[in-house]
Design a protein around this ligand. Structure first.
Ligand SMILES: Cc1ncc(COP(=O)(O)O)c(C=O)c1O
Length: 422
């Protein structure tokens, strides 16, 4: 049997495959699992109650439930939700949107796959690339290009503070210089908040990137899976939701309680939305209806964003602060640094004294039942990002699970770090 290049590229081992496998695979008998790995969000009771109430309302409304199940939505997404979402963003932020600016996909992961391959790959015989201007970036992007070698990236600058925290910074001049000398770049992409680091790009950084996108006539894809105004897992008050015609904003209902229902929301200029809808018809026919049906009225009434800012954000902020305090407690006396936790559901730990690469350290921890994600997978694109001092010295820790397991997992990681330090 022969697979195509496309088949081989997409069916090979990948970091995101390992991460998703680790979420579901049982550990050997007798080992207590400490699930600090994949991106599973937490169960937040108030959010769950809101969806349950919506479902009960739908079930009580004649045959509405059966009607939702019995039809495909349009490839661009459920029309009533597209209209509601356009109205919501228009009223709330003044963004000049109509339903032609919004498309729904089966999760934002699929949206990114469409977008990345819309803007990178062979075009009129030449290769177009996708630039990630701030490495490390989300593991789930690394293998999404259909063609080889279409992703390029710029390593982050690390800014350390006195309290064992650091923040990744972007040098906009380098990004400008790169774009000036690489006319083949077809789009840029950042996640905000950033997975894995928990960084939140400042408004100035986003405006700066958006101006560069405008200058070079390419889109800036901003992955807002953890961002504003929902799920609002953003702990800094210095970030605003930002959209303009140079930005493709990708949102998701996953981190506000609906990961299993797979709903991604793309906001962009009309030509891009039309392309995403057409791609969705070919790849998936349509997007599942249940996400927009459960979330539509919650969005329109403002309840979804209220839940995000009053419940979801404080919930994760509390977990983040607890996880930071456990790291400070158990790693005390070792060389450790944490990326400033500004958002997302992860802590990003830099362990400079580690005597083995984190890919191997991950296996050491796995034997103890502690599931993490090794940092190497988050450095992809250009070769020089693998020279980043953090390349094989960082671990991503998901702190959204059971607090006692998170604490115990962190204790075990610290214990093993002491054992595997130079
Ligand atoms: C940064 C980022 N983008 C996109 C996704 C994909 O999420 P979904 O496909 O569930 O919307 C994730 C999932 O963890 C993520 O962390």
């Amino acid at each position: 049997m022969v697979f195509t290049d496309f088949g081989n590229k997409l069916s090979q081992h990948s970091g995101i495959l390992q991460l998703m496998d680790d979420i579901a695979k049982p550990l050997p008998a007798g080992v207590t699992p400490h699930p600090l790995g994949g991106g599973n969000p937490a169960r937040v009771p108030e959010v769950e109650r809101a969806y349950r109430a919506e479902l009960e309302r739908i079930l009580a409304d004649g045959d509405r439930f059966e009607d939702v199940l019995a039809h495909y939505d349009s490839p661009q997404g459920r029309v009533e939700f597209l209209e509601m979402a356009a109205e919501f963003f228009r009223n709330r932020y003044g963004w000049p949107l109509t339903m032609e600016n919004i498309a729904l996909t089966n999760g934002s992961q699929s949206a990114m796959f469409y977008l990345f391959n819309l803007f990178s790959g062979t075009c009129e015989g030449k290769k177009r690339t996708l630039l990630f201007p701030l490495m490390p970036e989300y593991i789930g992007y690394a293998d999404q290009g259909i063609e080889e070698g279409t992703f390029v990236s710029i390593p982050s600058i690390v800014e350390y503070s006195d309290d064992r925290t650091f923040k990744y910074r972007m040098d906009l001049k380098s990004v400008d210089g790169y774009l000036a000398s690489h006319p083949e770049v077809g789009a840029m992409c950042v996640s905000r908040p950033t997975n894995p680091s928990g960084n939140v790009l400042t408004d100035d950084e986003i405006h700066g990137l958006s101006s560069l996108a405008h200058k070079y006539a390419i889109p800036l894809i901003v992955d807002n899976a953890y961002g504003l105004p929902f799920p609002d897992i953003v702990f800094t008050d210095e970030a605003e939701p930002i959209w303009n015609e140079d930005i493709v904003l990708s949102m998701s209902l996953s981190k506000i309680g609906l990961p299993s229902i797979r709903t991604g929301i793309v906001i962009a200029r009309k030509e891009i939305i039309s392309a995403v809808g057409n791609m969705n018809a070919i790849a998936a026919l349509a997007t599942g209806s249940m996400g927009p049906v459960l979330a539509g009225d919650l969005l329109s009434s403002g309840k979804l964003t209220d839940l995000a800012s009053n419940v979801v954000r404080p919930f994760y902020e509390k977990r983040a602060m607890a996880a930071v305090s456990w790291i400070r407690k158990y790693f005390d006396g070792t060389e450790f640094f944490i990326h400033r936790p500004e958002g997302s559901i992860f802590l990003w730990l830099y362990l400079p004294s580690l005597s083995i690469p984190t890919l191997d350290f991950y296996s050491v921890l796995m034997k103890e039942g502690v599931v993490t994600v090794p940092g190497e997978y988050f450095f992809f694109g250009s070769d020089d990002v693998r020279k980043h001092p953090h390349y094989n010295k960082c671990l991503r820790i998901n702190y959204s699970g059971d607090p006692s397991l998170t604490e115990d997992g962190i204790r075990i990681i610290a214990e093993k770090y002491r054992e595997y330090s130079v």
